[in-house]
Design a protein around this ligand. Structure first.
Ligand code: DX5
Ligand code: ZN
Length: 218
């Protein structure tokens, strides 16, 4: 599986979102990661389907929509219609994951399940046969620019083993505190998709940073 770099626009400058997205697209970003927060499941609020639809107009890149919201099921269609190519939902606040994952796939969208830092990989043992990807949170969700939680290295290895046994086509995504100091080790451990917010958008030279990160994973 090709390794993919997914800049998170959470750390972009929203006064010039279009320029920022065009810049990372031209620099070789593979996917645009959209962080959706509702102020309930996480303590921060971001944006919804209307903004995602505008992002979809700006870029030709696939959109990866990470839902950090309660009642995700009510909004799947809105995000699919807005142009999401990937949608991930959290294990922690969704009671009927099997139904929800298959509902996401019914729109032709790749479906992922996310686990928080305190959630063990073992909870995925049944749902993993249904998912297109699993997102391992390597920070507590809610904010960009946080420090990578080191126990995530072990979780990725454990997840890779589970995936090899149960669903080898399922990708592993990681999100939170990703940068040049940890991305290669994560790639070597089996991560396929790397979300990077602050590392990309707060870099002095975004183009050079994207090249550096992509060189490290490929
Ligand atoms: C955190 C979000 C992340 C965030 C990552 O809740 O899910 O996608 O943008 O930001 P960095 O890369 O700055 O940790
Ligand atoms: Zn995210």
């Amino acid at each position: 599986m090709k390794k993919l770099l997914c800049p998170s626009i959470l750390s972009a400058d929203f006064t010039k979102l279009k320029e920022d997205i065009k810049e990372v697209e031209a620099a070789g970003a593979d996917i645009i990661h959209c962080d959706i927060m509702d102020g309930h499941f996480v303590p921060n609020i971001t944006f919804g389907p209307d903004v995602v639809a505008k992002v979809n107009e700006i870029t030709d890149l696939p959109l990866d929509v990470h839902l950090m919201i309660d009642n995700s099921d009510k909004y799947i269609k809105n995000f699919a219609d807005a142009g999401a190519d990937y949608i991930s939902v959290h294990f922690e606040n969704n009671n009927h994951l099997h139904r929800l994952v298959n509902y996401i796939k019914s729109f032709g969208v790749k479906a992922g399940v996310v686990i928080n830092p305190a959630t063990p990989v073992s909870v995925l043992s049944e749902i993993i046969t249904e998912t297109d990807f699993i997102l391992v949170m390597s920070v507590n969700p809610g904010f960009g620019g946080q420090k990578f939680i080191k126990s995530s290295f072990g979780k990725v290895k454990e997840l890779k083993k589970m995936i090899s046994e149960k669903n080898p086509s399922c990708a592993i995504e990681i999100d939170g505190g990703i940068g040049e100091n940890n991305i290669k080790e994560l790639a070597d451990s089996g991560v396929d998709m790397f979300v990077a917010g602050a590392t990309v958008f707060k870099a002095k030279d975004r183009k050079a940073k994207i090249k550096e990160l992509k060189d490290l994973i490929n």
